[in-house]
Structures are given as structure tokens and as C-alpha cells.
Design a protein around this ligand. Sequence first.
Ligand SMILES: [Zn+2]
Length: 193
Amino acid sequence: MHFEWNRSAVLGLAKEACAHCQGFGLRRSKGGPAVPCQCVLRAVFRACYNKFRECASAEKHISRVRIEQINGKEKKQTWGMKNEEYMADFCRTAERNLTPEEYRIFRFHYLLGADWKLCCSRLNMERGAFFHEVYRIQQKLGRVFRELEPYALFPLDEYFGGAVRSLPVKSNLLRMPPGRASKGLVPPLKKIA
Ligand SMILES: [Zn+2]
């Protein structure tokens, strides 16, 4: 069973002045089913990424990852709390669905927080090519985040069981909590040297 993109699925997500869908959110291929406009997919990505940042910020204060020893051999991370689970889902889904080249950009830009200038110099890319790739990555992941089964990351309130807490997003995500860096979870948000 495939997720169906319809009016209610794009409600409130389309960009009003979108040149492709004029704010309608859906585009119809000739004779085919309705497809989500790129502006909708990017909106889904942005919502999921903002939530990821929010979780990463809250994570420093309220939760830890537990490392469990399974059968005395395999070390397995158990993500105890919903925020941690979400962050793990967000990262894993990206890694699984992007090509290695795309994931490299995703990691630098979204997980490590490098701005476009730093990304371009580190990844040896032109600005135009970089943003082209970033748009593609947003659209690709936006679609996956919504269509993912059995648990889509979006809508967030469904993922979080109707209890999405709105926490303020700290502006500086690159800062590690003092003295905590070696303990507990080290979020993938280290500053690039
Ligand atoms: Zn659009």
C-alpha cells in the first residue's frame, strides 16, 4: 500500500507563490496520479529538520542514551526516549535513502551545521551546484519522511503520538554542553575543524 498524495496530504504545506503549483500543492501528470509539488516536499523536510534541531537541543538537557550489552557480545544502543528515537530515525532514514554523495552533503550541511561556504570548500563544489543538490536532497527526504512505513516521520504530531512539545530552538547547535561531551550521547553536531 502506497501513500496517497491528495488535497488533505498537502494541506497547509504548499508555498503560496509557488511557480509550479500556484499554491495548490499537487501537480497532475498526464493521466497519472497527482504528485506532490516540490514546494510541499521541501516544507515536509523543513518541518522534520526543525524538529530534529529542537530534539538535539533538548537532548542536552533531558536525556541520555543507554548502551546495552546484548548477549555479552553485541553492543546495541537503546533509544529510550521519543526525542532520541526521532533523531535516530531522522539520521538513519537519510542515510538509507540518499546516495553516498548526497549523504555527504546532508551530513556536512544539516548534521554538522556547516554553511554553504564551508560546504562548498570542503566538498569542492560550486555554489549553484551545491544548492541544486541541497534542493534535491530536501525533496527526496521530504517525500520519504512522509511516505515511510509503518511509521512516517511526518506529520510530527502523529509520530509523537499527538504530543509534540514545542521547545525553543537554540540558535547555536554547534556548542557541546560543558563537560558532557565524553558522556552519554554525542549528537552528530560537532563543529568542523
Ligand atoms: Zn508548489
